[in-house]
Ligand binder design. Structure first.
Ligand SMILES: *Cc1c(COP(=O)(O)O)cnc(C)c1O
Length: 373
């Protein structure tokens, strides 16, 4: 059995977590402050606000930036559903934009074409850890007076021209679910340059309490999006070795690419994209256009039957039952074409060379079987 993803947690990290349980403070303590400070320094922004999930963090971005009923936010459909859901939490409207097939990120030209008088923000996703086309997107935002929220949940450590993702927008979010590059079990982090926004987000994550307030003073409608000291202790330790984690993941991606590049039926993820440093989140291959969606599904079934974890990253958001109202109006041919042919292969820090070889062999056999040769 080879899983699709697996967390990488050291004995010393388990120790750090257990240590918290010997203290009296289990929430809103020194671990959270240390984790926030370390992540802000790593990304190169002034403020970081730790929260209970990436989704919670994105929701606070929408809320704290004042995006509300009937206002439009431009988002990709080829991504994780949380990116669009958080817009709907505030009764704002996600407007889906198609992707560039080379990077799988939103196509800046299509972003500009989607701007209307109701557009308030662009929610940029750095898909699979590949930085979005930030100069072009920031230029559109400037010309149309739009806010930019970066969903960097898949891209911690990725860089555009040497600058880390998360430092470009009005606010950005990272996530630490167990399949991400670093994990806290559950958890997320918002980063922003704006001290007022940061102060408000800290209050919103904690039931609307501002720092000067007593515990039963609630200035505005807030949430419980706090993260425990237990999670933060793990996050601090994981972040300490982020560089080696990202190198290791890149090496796994390179090993896959070396073994699969001779297969003309596959479109592989780009190892190098101009001006960008990838932060490898997943390794997703696409079957060429000759394959149907049903054949792709058969490939997934075949791999699963052999104990190889795999998945369809991503099923487009606008085709989900919870987005039925968007389904017919969305024109997203590239998203639909490519999403129907993706196969995410096992991908995690400790994936061994022999396992990668085994997966590649199983994949080529599955492709042959599905084509009936
Ligand atoms: C993982 C992820 C999130 C947030 O996930 P949580 O499970 O809420 O931490 C948001 N957006 C994208 C694109 C993601 O991949």
């Amino acid at each position: 059995m080879i899983p699709l993803s697996a967390p990488d947690i050291l004995e010393s990290e388990i120790e750090a977590v257990v240590e918290v349980l010997r203290c009296t403070r289990l929430s809103l303590g020194s671990r959270m402050e240390e984790f926030e400070h370390a992540l802000a320094t790593y990304v190169g922004v002034a403020h970081a606000i730790a929260v209970s999930s990436g989704t919670g963090g994105l929701h606070l971005c929408i809320r704290a930036l004042g995006i509300g009923e009937g206002e439009e936010v431009i988002v990709p459909s080829f991504t994780f559903i949380a990116a669009a859901n958080v817009v709907r939490y505030e009764r704002a409207i996600p407007v889906f934009v198609d992707i560039d097939p080379a990077t799988l990120n939103m196509d800046p030209e299509k972003i500009e074409a989607a701007v209307t008088p109701r557009t308030k923000a662009i929610l940029v996703v750095h898909t699979f850890g590949c930085p979005a086309e930030m100069p072009a997107i920031l230029d559109i935002a400037r010309r149309y007076h739009l806010m930019v929220i970066e969903d960097a949940c898949e891209a911690i450590g990725a860089e555009y021209r040497g600058r880390k993702v998360g430092s470009f927008g009005d606010a950005a979010c990272f996530a630490f679910y167990p399949n991400k590059q670093i994990t806290t079990g559950e958890g997320g982090m918002i980063v922003t340059r704006d001290p007022h926004l940061a102060r408000r987000m800290r209050a919103l994550r904690n039931q609307g309490r501002y720092e000067s307030d007593d515990w039963f003073q609630h200035e505005e409608l807030g949430y419980n999006y706090r993260i425990s000291e237990i999670n933060c202790a793990l996050g601090i330790e994981q972040l300490k070795r982020i560089d080696s984690i990202l190198h290791r993941r890149e090496a796994v991606a390179r090993a896959y690419t070396n073994l699969l590049s001779a297969n003309a039926e596959l479109i592989l993820p780009q190892m190098e994209v101009p001006h960008r440093r990838m932060s490898w989140f997943v390794y997703v291959v696409r079957l060429c256009e000759r394959f149907t969606q049903a054949q792709r599904d058969a490939v997934l079934q075949e791999l699963t039957a052999q104990g190889i974890g795999c998945g369809r990253y991503f099923a487009p958001i606008h085709l989900q039952p919870s987005y039925a109202a968007w389904r017919d109006s969305a024109r997203l041919p590239i998203t639909e074409l490519h999403a129907a042919r993706t196969v995410a292969l096992p991908f995690f820090n400790r994936l061994e060379k022999y396992e990668i070889e085994h997966v590649c062999l199983a994949l080529s056999m599955a492709l042959k079987k599905v084509r009936g040769v």
